[in-house]
Design a protein around this ligand. Structure first.
Ligand code: DGL
Length: 273
């Protein structure tokens, strides 16, 4: 294959649904010439309440689909899939596969002063303790407090990010966390950055918020440069969007969080892959 072809090959980004657009948005900002193929598994969301085996099976199918689009690297934008499936799929995929957990854990380690870090995420992510293990690999004496916040995802998807009911739910989930002396909090779920300002206001200024999306885009940039496959042409990237169900709902949500309107979203049968 010509080197030029490799440079213009797209980055595959996938998530259990729409939330991974917060990561895609950051990749588009930091790597504006890269072409991106995004897949949202809207037929099978949520992943956060599913078992490891199921999440690995879904991730394998999505990676096979993305490979038909000739991607040069894959970003697992979903925290749950990164926590439970990254090791398995990385070992069997011949191109770089990057998850969101390691970049988020590293950012928190760099940020914390008192080594007390909070992590919020789905039930599966928190149960896996992947964030805790990765934080401890850098900072063995850190204390990490995890909390699953399952209602945050449907609240964001219902468009309730700014609704007062969301403040009540934040209070229910995070009251205990607020009474600890954590100085850093990882938003360990794709949807939570969309509640960032409310969570920040609730926890107060002493708690620094980490959004793994930015760190993940920077990791991707480093990997593309290391492997000499970064597209630095200066030509704006081309973006394609695929889902496994409800393409119109996805398009509406994408248009509310991306800085431009997407043309179309194509629906595919992911079970075929
Ligand atoms: N994308 C998932 C994550 O980041 C949240 C939604 C779900 O449960 O599938 O963990």
């Amino acid at each position: 294959m010509q080197i030029q072809d490799k440079l213009t090959m797209p980055i595959g980004v996938f998530d259990s649904g729409i939330g991974g657009l917060t990561v895609a948005r950051e990749i588009m900002r930091q790597l504006p010439s890269e072409n991106v193929v995004y897949f949202g598994d809207t037929a099978r969301v949520p992943y956060g309440s599913k078992s490891k085996n199921t999440i690995i099976r879904f991730s394998r199918q999505i990676i096979r689909f993305l490979q038909t689009k000739n991607v040069k690297a894959i970003v697992i934008a979903c925290n749950t899939a990164s926590a439970l499936a990254l090791d398995a799929v990385q070992a069997e995929t011949p191109i770089p596969v990057i998850g969101v957990i390691a970049p988020g854990a590293r950012a928190a380690v760099n940020m914390t002063k008192n080594k007390k870090i909070g992590v919020v995420g789905t039930e599966a992510t928190i149960r896996s303790e992947t964030y805790t293990k990765l934080i401890h690999s850098h900072l063995p004496d850190a204390s990490v407090i995890g909390k699953s916040c399952p209602l945050f995802v449907p609240l964001v998807e219902e468009g309730f990010s700014k609704h007062p009911i969301t403040e009540q739910v934040i209070d229910i989930y995070l009251a205990d966390m607020k009474n600890t002396d954590i100085d850093t909090m990882i938003l360990g779920c794709t949807h939570y950055p969309l509640l960032r300002s409310k969570i920040m206001a609730y926890l107060g200024e002493r708690v620094h918020i980490v959004n793994p999306a930015y760190e993940t885009a920077m990791d991707l940039k480093a990997v593309l440069h290391e492997q000499e496959i970064a597209n630095t042409s200066g030509i704006p990237g081309n973006y394609e969007f695929y889902v496994s169900d409800a393409a119109d709902k996805f398009t509406g949500f994408a248009n509310s969080i991306l800085p431009y309107d997407i043309a179309t979203t194509q629906c595919i049968n992911i079970e075929k892959y």
